[in-house]
Design a protein around this ligand. Sequence first.
Ligand SMILES: Cc1ncc(COP(=O)(O)O)c(C=O)c1O
Length: 396
Amino acid sequence: MTLSFGREYLAIPGPSVTPDRVLNAMHRTAPNIYEGALVDMVAAMVPDLRRVARTKSDVAIYIANGHGAWEAAAMNVLAPGDKALVLATGRFAALWGMICERIGVAVEVIDFGKSDALDPEAVRARLAQDKVGEIKAVLTVQVDTATGVLNDIAALRAAIDAAGHDALLMVDCIASLGCDLFEMDAWGVDVMVAASQKGLMTPPGLGFVFANEKAQARRNPSVSFYWDWTNRMRPELFYQYFGGTAPTHHLLGLRAALDMIFEEGMEAVWHRHDVLARTAWAAFDAWGQGGPMEINIKEPARRSRAVTALKLGDDHGARLRRWVETNGGVTLGIGLGMSAPGYPNGEGFFRLGHMGHINAHMILGALGVIEAGLIALDIPHGTGALSAAAGVVSQG
Ligand SMILES: Cc1ncc(COP(=O)(O)O)c(C=O)c1O
């Protein structure tokens, strides 16, 4: 006997829920890729992508997931023998660093652990030692999807400037774009990497690399043809803009997603994510009062509005995930890259994705099912979580 039939909620932190409007926009035969409506649509889409990233910079669109966009960004500005400073706050910046190593870049990692944000002062101090400008780029994530941390990118830029260092600032916004406040130009980000499948509400398959003039001026002349962003920054070339056949259906879906974002308004999108994240935190805090549940990132200001990672201990995270999926139709995220004694595969953790096409009833519904799971599995927890969550929603 299960209560999971009905519309499921994929509450993993990406891919996120695809809106029907995006799916419907993709449900057609392929359009002409050389002239006509699709070409016009892409020309108009580029300024809209800039609006989401809050930048005047050019954007290259790759038929790729986030890993492809990472490699594209790295290949365009880093050459074998260059050095990159990677600021790790969980899993994803370190993986980006590994990709850099594979193309011959010397990678130095500052590891801030799995439950803290990066410390700008540590970055300033390291860069200040680099008198000869050996470090060509500083790489990090705005949000680490494994830990749920939100790094302070404006403070990171201030730290690089305070060190008087000329390295490029390269930021992964794959989990955060369209969810957490981000200002590429105002915060002085030189290269920003994003992907379609999270806040942009489009199926996985599009990777974006935004690059300002400083980054474009540092283009690695030996970048491979496919990743080279030169033609990909010129939408009027169209066929070459995509390095070949355009990703027709993803573009149609993305157009619908961008329309939804602008109809709501960028500030309203950020506000919705903020309120719904705080809704979930209110419930998690209340459950934690009477049991083992803990939000992985303690300081609310350093928590992502797109994803929250939770610690539940033993194998409670894995048990809870199985229960809510089987009995409630809600799929929670695994405890990615987390471990505890006796539980090496993140069994004691889970994550709630609250990114993209989500609203109050989805989050309150997911929280209600999680509470049912805690009761059914006899996992100790505090009371009043659902009314605390409803209270946050009621304040809007
Ligand atoms: C912050 C972040 N960066 C990079 C990636 C890698 O993206 P992909 O799995 O699409 O290659 C992910 C995936 O979840 C992510 O969350």
